[in-house]
Design a protein around this ligand. Structure first.
Ligand code: PGA
Length: 230
C-alpha cells in the first residue's frame, strides 16, 4: 500500500494524467462517482479515448427515477461518458430490476468473470468504500445494502430528488481481487477518516482500512486531506 500526496492545485491534474497513461483498449475499470473523481474524469474525457474499454460502475442508489441527477450512472455519464472521445462499454448494477438481489448477484458474477484491472474508489466521510458501509466484512461480495444516513444525505447533495435508503455496491471481496486500486481523497473534511483508514487498525467500522492490505493499492491524496499528519 502506498500514499502519494499532491498540492491541492495540481491534485486533479496529476491523477487525471496518471489515469490517462493507464488507459488501454481492453482495460476493465471499476469507477466510483461523486464530487472527488468528477474533476479527474472531466480531464480524462477531454484527452483520452475510452474506445474498447469496459467500465463498471462501483455502486448505485436504489429508489431514484432513471435519469435522476443523483444516480451514480447519471454522474458517470455527466462527468466522463458524455464528454469522452470514444465509447466504452458501460456496465451498471440494475437497481430497477424487479429482484435487485438477483441483479446484484448477476453484476458481481459479471465482474468476477473477467476481474477488474483498476478500481478507482473514493473515501466516504464515514469510512465507506462504494456503499460498503461501516460494519462490512472484507469477504462480502456485490449485493444490496442499506445505506448509512450520511450516504443517503450525500445523494441529496449530488442532486437526488429524494434520500435513498438502499443501493447495490460492488463488494469488498471483488475490490480486493482487483489487480490495482486507487483511493482518491481530497479536502480537509476527509483528514480524520483518512488518518483512521491509513493508521488505525484494520477495522470493519472503517471499510477503507481493508484496502491497506491490498498488495497494489495507492491512496492519492491532496494536501488538505493529508494535513495534520494523516
Ligand atoms: P465524495 O464521496 O467523493 O462525494 O466525497 C466519497 C464517497 O462517498 O465515496
Amino acid at each position: 500500500m502506498g500514499v502519494e500526496v499532491f498540492p491541492d492545485a495540481v491534485w486533479a491534474e496529476r491523477v487525471a494524467s496518471r489515469l490517462g497513461d493507464k488507459i488501454n483498449t481492453g482495460n476493465r475499470l471499476c469507477l466510483a462517482t461523486g464530487s472527488t473523481p468528477s474533476p479527474i474524469y472531466h480531464r480524462v474525457a477531454e484527452t483520452v479515448s475510452l474506445d474498447g474499454m469496459a467500465v463498471f460502475l462501483l455502486d448505485e442508489f436504489g429508489g431514484l427515477e432513471v435519469g435522476d441527477p443523483g444516480r451514480c450512472a447519471s454522474m458517470l455519464t455527466r462527468d466522463l461518458i458524455e464528454a469522452s472521445r470514444g465509447s466504452p462499454v458501460v456496465h451498471v448494477p440494475d437497481v430497477d430490476a424487479e429482484d435487485p438481489w438477483a441483479a446484484a448477484s448477476r453484476y458481481g458474477k459479471l465482474i468476477g468473470a473477467g476481474g477488474i484491472d483498476l478500481a478507482i474508489v473514493g473515501l466516504g466521510a464515514n469510512g465507506h468504500v462504494g456503499m460498503n458501509e461501516p460494519g462490512t466484512s472484507i469477504d462480502q461480495r456485490t449485493r444490496v445494502v442499506d445505506l448509512h444516513p450520511a450516504t443517503s444525505n450525500a445523494a441529496l447533495a449530488y442532486g437526488a430528488a429524494v434520500a435513498p435508503t438502499w443501493g447495490i455496491t460492488v463488494g469488498m471481496a471483488e475490490l480486493m481481487e482487483a489487480t490495482e486500486i486507487w483511493v482518491l481523497v481530497a479536502g480537509g473534511h476527509k483528514t480524520g477518516i483518512l488518518n483512521r483508514a491509513l493508521h488505525g487498525p484494520v477495522d470493519p467500522e472503517v471499510p477503507a482500512s481493508f484496502l491497506t492490505e491490498h498488495d497494489n493499492c495507492v491512496f492519492l491524496v491532496d494536501e488538505s486531506a493529508h494535513l495534520t499528519g494523516a
